[in-house]
Write a protein that binds this ligand. Structure first.
Ligand code: SF4
Ligand code: SF4
Length: 378
């Protein structure tokens, strides 16, 4: 199998990738309840516009995400007409044999005999230890040698220093998937440093979370005000996509689209291809700092923490806390919290820290859910 090159990317890959982590649901509280008729409309609109890159993972949609990609894409389009990216979750394994079994299951669930972009999922200190212990890199190399993985890479959630270490230690990684958006670029996450390191190693970058789980798409937010005034005819989300599209070395930008207007808006932004000017970059930096002031907990709604044994709806709890922080309206937050299912409320937390072990944003979840339990539990 040939290796991934920037020339190949330029010729073959679309600039907008479809993140299949947030497909529309029939029951918003249950990630397994994918709304297939609605999802088909979104996928078809994306494909009809000439885009064809789909990113999923073994753990998405409570382990139903790969089956959904099979049903929505693999069974409805010729295999050679689209690319699939799928991710191997090393934290779900307890041996080399079990990680091998998970890798085999990925192909079965997708209904395909090859995966275009095969990633080791969510590398950080802890997952790298498992990846080495269970030889995830050996599995990836074997799949590539067998022609089952066209290109091998990893998604990453740790410090820039650790990214430098990983890219040095694993030259077989052909590309790297990074969380990059203007909020994380200009404030705490140091995604500008991730970017520079990936460029230094000449690795093609796949961008994830360009709109930070939708937070950089909410036109009513405090963050949106100045930007919306500068380009009143464009969506707030278009700023986030344009920021990422203005960076060189980017193979594709993944957007987790769950509504048709998001698909059409993202497509229009990518097709217009208007780079961010230096003056607009300064406005984005100000917006990033506004975001930091108004969002207390940096949750991106990835829902990896759905493994909570107590069934706590952690991202919804954080939405309520963040909104309370923004509006200072305790009563509304209290009502929202009261409307949650009793079985999903924060007072059920047993501080087992299972959620913190998988949270890619490294949020102190136990402490943070306790804010809700303390304020609003009767
Ligand atoms: S620490 Fe609390 S919220 Fe996190 S997984 Fe355990 S019970 Fe759930
Ligand atoms: S708390 Fe962390 S793991 Fe859970 S949805 Fe938010 S970012 Fe994802």
């Amino acid at each position: 199998m040939a290796n991934l090159t920037f020339e190949w990317i330029e010729k073959n890959m679309p600039k907008l990738g479809y993140g299949c982590m947030r497909l529309p649901l029939t029951n918003p509280a249950d990630a397994k309840t994918i709304d297939f008729p609605q999802s088909e409309k979104l996928i078809d609109a994306y494909m009809d516009a000439g885009f064809n890159y789909f990113d999923t993972a073994y753990v998405y949609h409570d382990q139903k995400g790969e089956n959904a990609v099979k049903r929505l894409i693999v069974e409805r389009y010729p295999r050679e007409s689209f690319f699939i990216a799928d991710k191997l979750p090393v934290w779900q394994a307890d041996s080399h044999a079990s990680l091998n079994r998970i890798a085999a299951e990925m192909f079965e669930r997708l209904g395909t005999d090859y995966i275009d972009f095969f990633l080791i999922h969510s590398l950080d200190h802890s997952n790298e230890a498992s990846a080495l212990k269970y030889d995830a890199y050996g599995i990836a190399r074997r799949l590539k040698a067998e022609g089952k993985a066209r290109f091998i890479g990893a998604s990453f959630h740790d410090t820039p220093e650790y990214l430098e270490h990983l890219l040095t230690a694993h030259p077989e990684l052909e590309f790297i998937q990074l969380q990059i958006n203007y909020k994380d670029w200009f404030t705490s996450l140091r995604s500008d440093e991730y970017y520079r390191i990936a460029r230094k190693f000449n690795k093609p970058i796949i961008i994830m979370e360009p709109v930070r789980g939708g937070a950089l798409a909410d036109p009513t937010s405090e963050t949106a005000k100045e930007l919306m005034a500068l380009r009143p005819d464009k969506s707030f989300a278009s700023w986030a996509i344009r920021f990422c599209a203005s960076l060189s070395g980017v193979a594709t930008i993944l957007s987790g689209m769950s509504a048709l207007d998001q698909v059409l808006d993202n497509i229009a932004t990518i097709k217009e291809a208007v780079p961010v000017t230096p003056g607009e970059m300064a406005a984005l930096e100000r917006a990033a700092h506004t975001y930091d002031r108004t969002h207390y907990i940096p949750c991106t709604h990835c829902r990896y923490c759905e493994i909570c044994p107590q069934g706590i709806d952690i991202p919804l709890t954080f939405d309520i806390i963040n909104e309370w922080r923004q509006t200072n309206n305790w009563a509304v937050a209290s009502t929202q919290y009261g409307n949650m299912l009793a079985s999903a409320r924060a007072d059920r937390c047993i501080a087992c820290e299972a959620c913190e072990a998988v949270c890619p944003q490294h949020i102190e979840i136990v402490k943070s859910v306790a804010i809700a339990a303390k304020n609003w539990n009767q």
